[in-house]
Ligand binder design. Structure first.
Ligand code: PEP
Length: 277
């Protein structure tokens, strides 16, 4: 039987899709169709769509303290709070717009040359502003083929978290820090990792957290899988007790698909809660 206090989370990363004109309706449809008990839902639209999504979710659909509703997240934040950084958005600027943010997504590592050291600073900036964070880690295909996947993720975590006291990162918020294991070769490619491989990497992630000094050996930190997740393959990941949900890219733009993913994740959430009841 699965026994875990960790929440089940499904986060949608809309990447550079949607506009302020259509994002609100998409968010409203996803929120309405994916209402499932005990699954924390997060939508991460582009910055310019945050207000539209936030407004569309206002009222019963918006995130509540008990985890119901849908939370709004950003896809990135700058590592400083203010300054001469043309085109950048800082964590404090997101007040009233977003309560979560992704940091370290592989597309930003690739396109904006973000290093683990910089990502660590972003993480701290986000937490200092009270944002809940999803830190992405994951290996390239060549790393996996060379048997180096665990080493890569271990190094990413150690560097990203080097400047952070674990207690300061999580604070009192059980959702303060979530790690998304996203093998780069599986993102947007239609290829996905096997559930057992993702579970092994979740183990490596928690081993790294434990050695950094996280309480309870990192057992309290949710670990998501990301990489071409759909309603057809989500079960493989949710069947793994060490995996606590998914970071979903392409499929999160399709309301029925997102609803089906959340529904499947809800079965795991119910099983965990049932075991604890
Ligand atoms: C992502 O954007 O983090 C992601 C996993 O994308 P996709 O689901 O499209 O692979």
């Amino acid at each position: 039987m699965i026994r875990s206090m960790r929440p089940v989370i499904v986060a949608g990363n809309w990447k550079m899709h949607t506009t302020p004109a259509d994002a609100g309706e998409l968010a409203r449809l996803i929120a309405a169709r994916s209402r499932v008990d005990r699954v924390v839902r997060v939508l991460c639209p582009p910055y310019v769509c945050l207000a539209a999504v936030r407004n569309a979710l206002a009222g019963p659909a918006v995130e509540a303290a008990d985890g119901s509703g849908v939370a709004v997240g950003a896809q990135d934040v700058h590592h400083e709070a203010t300054g001469a950084f043309t085109g950048a958005i800082s964590a404090p600027m997101l007040a009233g717009l977003a309560t979560w943010t992704i940091v370290g997504h592989s597309e930003r590592r690739r396109d904006a040359c973000e290093t683990d050291e910089l990502i660590g600073r972003k993480l701290m900036a986000a937490r200092a502003a009270g944002l809940r964070t999803i830190l992405c880690v994951g290996e390239q295909l060549a790393d996996r083929d060379a048997g180096l996947a665990r080493d890569v993720v271990d190094r990413q975590l150690r560097t990203c978290l080097a400047g952070a006291a674990p207690a300061a990162l999580a604070g009192d918020d059980p959702l303060g820090l979530t790690i998304a294991y996203e093998p780069v070769w599986a993102i947007g490619t239609g290829r996905n990792a096997r559930g057992a491989d993702a579970a092994e990497m979740a183990g490596a992630i928690r081993a790294a957290l434990a050695s950094i000094g996280f309480a309870d050996g990192g057992e309290d930190v949710p670990v998501l899988y990301g990489g071409s997740v759909t309603s057809s393959n989500i079960d493989e990941f949710m069947a793994e007790p060490s995996i606590d949900g998914a970071l979903v890219g392409g499929a999160s733009l399709r309301p029925d698909e997102m609803a089906a993913i959340v529904a499947r994740a809800g079965l795991t959430a119910a099983a965990r809660a049932g075991t604890l009841a």
